[in-house]
Design a binder for this molecule. Structure first.
Ligand SMILES: [Fe+2]
Length: 194
Protein backbone atom coordinates (compact mmCIF):
# COMPACT_ATOMS: atom_id res chain seq x y z
CA UNK A 1 0.00 0.00 0.00
CA UNK A 2 1.48 3.33 -1.07
CA UNK A 3 -0.57 5.52 1.15
CA UNK A 4 -2.36 5.21 4.41
CA UNK A 5 -4.90 7.64 5.75
CA UNK A 6 -3.43 10.91 6.98
CA UNK A 7 -4.48 13.03 9.95
CA UNK A 8 -5.32 15.99 7.77
CA UNK A 9 -7.64 13.88 5.58
CA UNK A 10 -9.53 12.65 8.65
CA UNK A 11 -9.79 16.18 10.01
CA UNK A 12 -11.00 17.70 6.74
CA UNK A 13 -13.60 14.97 6.20
CA UNK A 14 -14.78 15.06 9.82
CA UNK A 15 -15.26 18.82 9.67
CA UNK A 16 -17.04 18.51 6.34
CA UNK A 17 -19.45 16.07 8.00
CA UNK A 18 -19.87 18.58 10.85
CA UNK A 19 -18.81 16.03 13.44
CA UNK A 20 -16.84 16.81 16.57
CA UNK A 21 -13.94 14.54 17.52
CA UNK A 22 -16.16 13.22 20.30
CA UNK A 23 -19.04 12.41 17.94
CA UNK A 24 -16.76 10.64 15.49
CA UNK A 25 -15.18 8.72 18.38
CA UNK A 26 -18.60 7.53 19.53
CA UNK A 27 -19.58 6.41 16.05
CA UNK A 28 -16.41 4.33 15.81
CA UNK A 29 -16.42 3.14 19.43
CA UNK A 30 -13.02 4.68 20.17
CA UNK A 31 -12.10 7.51 22.53
CA UNK A 32 -11.99 11.16 21.45
CA UNK A 33 -8.31 11.18 22.42
CA UNK A 34 -7.76 8.52 19.76
CA UNK A 35 -9.31 10.73 17.08
CA UNK A 36 -7.15 13.62 18.22
CA UNK A 37 -4.06 11.41 17.93
CA UNK A 38 -4.96 10.37 14.40
CA UNK A 39 -5.53 13.95 13.34
CA UNK A 40 -2.24 15.15 14.77
CA UNK A 41 -0.31 12.25 13.24
CA UNK A 42 0.50 10.74 16.61
CA UNK A 43 -1.24 7.51 15.77
CA UNK A 44 -2.92 5.67 12.94
CA UNK A 45 -6.30 3.98 12.84
CA UNK A 46 -6.14 0.22 12.93
CA UNK A 47 -6.76 -1.40 9.53
CA UNK A 48 -10.05 -2.86 10.82
CA UNK A 49 -11.29 0.71 11.33
CA UNK A 50 -10.60 1.92 7.79
CA UNK A 51 -13.87 0.66 6.35
CA UNK A 52 -16.11 2.01 9.15
CA UNK A 53 -14.14 5.26 9.13
CA UNK A 54 -14.67 5.69 5.37
CA UNK A 55 -18.37 4.88 5.74
CA UNK A 56 -18.81 7.28 8.63
CA UNK A 57 -17.05 10.05 6.75
CA UNK A 58 -19.04 9.32 3.60
CA UNK A 59 -16.16 8.53 1.26
CA UNK A 60 -14.79 5.45 -0.46
CA UNK A 61 -11.82 3.61 1.04
CA UNK A 62 -9.77 4.76 -1.97
CA UNK A 63 -10.60 8.39 -1.28
CA UNK A 64 -9.90 8.03 2.41
CA UNK A 65 -6.48 6.50 1.82
CA UNK A 66 -5.42 8.77 -1.03
CA UNK A 67 -6.92 11.91 0.45
CA UNK A 68 -8.30 12.72 -3.02
CA UNK A 69 -12.01 13.20 -3.22
CA UNK A 70 -13.73 12.30 -6.44
CA UNK A 71 -16.98 13.79 -7.48
CA UNK A 72 -19.09 11.79 -9.84
CA UNK A 73 -19.26 13.84 -13.00
CA UNK A 74 -21.02 11.15 -14.96
CA UNK A 75 -24.49 11.61 -13.60
CA UNK A 76 -25.91 13.80 -16.31
CA UNK A 77 -23.67 12.48 -19.02
CA UNK A 78 -24.47 13.20 -22.63
CA UNK A 79 -24.60 9.96 -24.60
CA UNK A 80 -23.08 11.66 -27.66
CA UNK A 81 -20.02 12.68 -25.70
CA UNK A 82 -19.04 9.17 -24.68
CA UNK A 83 -16.15 7.02 -25.77
CA UNK A 84 -15.66 3.63 -27.32
CA UNK A 85 -13.17 1.18 -25.83
CA UNK A 86 -12.24 -2.05 -27.58
CA UNK A 87 -10.22 -4.86 -26.06
CA UNK A 88 -7.38 -5.84 -28.43
CA UNK A 89 -7.34 -9.37 -27.02
CA UNK A 90 -10.96 -10.54 -27.02
CA UNK A 91 -12.64 -7.79 -29.04
CA UNK A 92 -14.96 -6.75 -26.21
CA UNK A 93 -16.72 -3.46 -26.99
CA UNK A 94 -17.44 -0.93 -24.27
CA UNK A 95 -19.19 2.41 -24.67
CA UNK A 96 -18.91 4.73 -21.69
CA UNK A 97 -20.98 7.90 -21.35
CA UNK A 98 -18.57 9.42 -18.85
CA UNK A 99 -14.97 9.29 -17.79
CA UNK A 100 -13.79 6.12 -16.16
CA UNK A 101 -11.14 3.47 -16.32
CA UNK A 102 -12.01 0.30 -18.11
CA UNK A 103 -10.12 -2.95 -18.13
CA UNK A 104 -10.56 -6.11 -20.14
CA UNK A 105 -8.34 -9.20 -20.32
CA UNK A 106 -6.08 -7.52 -17.76
CA UNK A 107 -5.47 -4.48 -19.98
CA UNK A 108 -6.34 -0.85 -19.24
CA UNK A 109 -8.20 0.27 -22.35
CA UNK A 110 -7.67 3.77 -23.77
CA UNK A 111 -10.66 5.71 -25.13
CA UNK A 112 -10.69 5.42 -28.92
CA UNK A 113 -10.66 8.43 -31.18
CA UNK A 114 -12.28 8.16 -34.58
CA UNK A 115 -9.92 9.38 -37.27
CA UNK A 116 -9.73 9.51 -41.02
CA UNK A 117 -7.49 6.68 -42.19
CA UNK A 118 -7.75 6.11 -45.95
CA UNK A 119 -10.35 5.38 -48.64
CA UNK A 120 -10.57 1.74 -47.58
CA UNK A 121 -11.61 2.99 -44.15
CA UNK A 122 -14.39 5.34 -45.06
CA UNK A 123 -18.07 4.80 -44.46
CA UNK A 124 -21.01 5.35 -46.75
CA UNK A 125 -24.49 5.86 -45.27
CA UNK A 126 -27.42 5.69 -47.71
CA UNK A 127 -30.99 6.40 -46.76
CA UNK A 128 -33.32 3.63 -47.89
CA UNK A 129 -36.90 4.20 -46.72
CA UNK A 130 -36.77 4.19 -42.91
CA UNK A 131 -33.28 2.75 -42.69
CA UNK A 132 -29.69 3.72 -43.25
CA UNK A 133 -27.62 1.25 -45.20
CA UNK A 134 -24.10 1.66 -43.92
CA UNK A 135 -21.31 0.13 -45.93
CA UNK A 136 -17.58 0.21 -46.37
CA UNK A 137 -15.15 -1.06 -49.00
CA UNK A 138 -13.04 -2.83 -46.45
CA UNK A 139 -11.76 -6.43 -46.39
CA UNK A 140 -13.58 -8.87 -44.13
CA UNK A 141 -10.81 -11.43 -43.78
CA UNK A 142 -9.96 -13.42 -40.68
CA UNK A 143 -6.90 -11.31 -39.90
CA UNK A 144 -8.23 -7.96 -41.02
CA UNK A 145 -11.88 -7.06 -40.74
CA UNK A 146 -14.43 -4.64 -39.35
CA UNK A 147 -15.66 -5.92 -35.99
CA UNK A 148 -18.64 -3.61 -35.52
CA UNK A 149 -20.71 -0.75 -36.84
CA UNK A 150 -22.37 1.66 -34.44
CA UNK A 151 -24.93 4.41 -34.94
CA UNK A 152 -24.89 7.08 -32.29
CA UNK A 153 -27.75 9.55 -32.36
CA UNK A 154 -29.66 11.65 -29.84
CA UNK A 155 -30.08 9.49 -26.77
CA UNK A 156 -29.51 6.23 -28.59
CA UNK A 157 -26.65 3.94 -29.49
CA UNK A 158 -27.08 0.95 -31.80
CA UNK A 159 -24.25 -1.51 -32.27
CA UNK A 160 -24.14 -4.24 -34.89
CA UNK A 161 -21.41 -6.83 -34.46
CA UNK A 162 -19.64 -7.92 -37.63
CA UNK A 163 -17.63 -11.05 -38.32
CA UNK A 164 -15.03 -12.05 -40.93
CA UNK A 165 -16.49 -13.40 -44.20
CA UNK A 166 -19.61 -11.23 -43.78
CA UNK A 167 -20.23 -8.23 -45.99
CA UNK A 168 -19.07 -4.94 -44.54
CA UNK A 169 -22.58 -3.50 -44.46
CA UNK A 170 -25.50 -3.21 -42.05
CA UNK A 171 -28.88 -1.57 -41.81
CA UNK A 172 -29.92 0.76 -39.01
CA UNK A 173 -33.39 2.16 -38.30
CA UNK A 174 -33.18 5.91 -38.83
CA UNK A 175 -33.07 7.77 -35.54
CA UNK A 176 -32.28 11.34 -36.51
CA UNK A 177 -28.93 12.97 -37.10
CA UNK A 178 -26.03 11.09 -35.77
CA UNK A 179 -22.68 9.51 -36.38
CA UNK A 180 -21.86 6.10 -37.76
CA UNK A 181 -18.75 4.37 -36.47
CA UNK A 182 -16.85 1.37 -37.70
CA UNK A 183 -13.99 -0.40 -36.03
CA UNK A 184 -11.22 -2.16 -37.94
CA UNK A 185 -9.26 -4.66 -35.88
CA UNK A 186 -6.01 -3.43 -37.46
CA UNK A 187 -6.58 0.26 -38.10
CA UNK A 188 -9.00 1.39 -35.44
CA UNK A 189 -12.09 3.56 -35.27
CA UNK A 190 -13.44 5.77 -38.04
CA UNK A 191 -16.73 7.53 -38.56
CA UNK A 192 -19.10 9.50 -40.75
CA UNK A 193 -21.67 12.02 -39.53
CA UNK A 194 -25.09 12.22 -41.20
FE1 LIG B 1 -8.45 -1.94 -41.83
Amino acid sequence: MDQYVTGSTIKVLREKKKLTQKQLAELLAVSDKTISKWETQKGLPDITLIKPLAETLGVSIGELLSGQLFSNENRSANLRKGNFYVCPVCGNIIYAVGNGSFHCCGIALPPLEAEAIDSEHSLKAERIEDEYLVSCRHPMEKQHYLSFFAYLSAGQLQIIKLYPEQNAESRFKIHGHGTFYAFCNRHGLFSITV
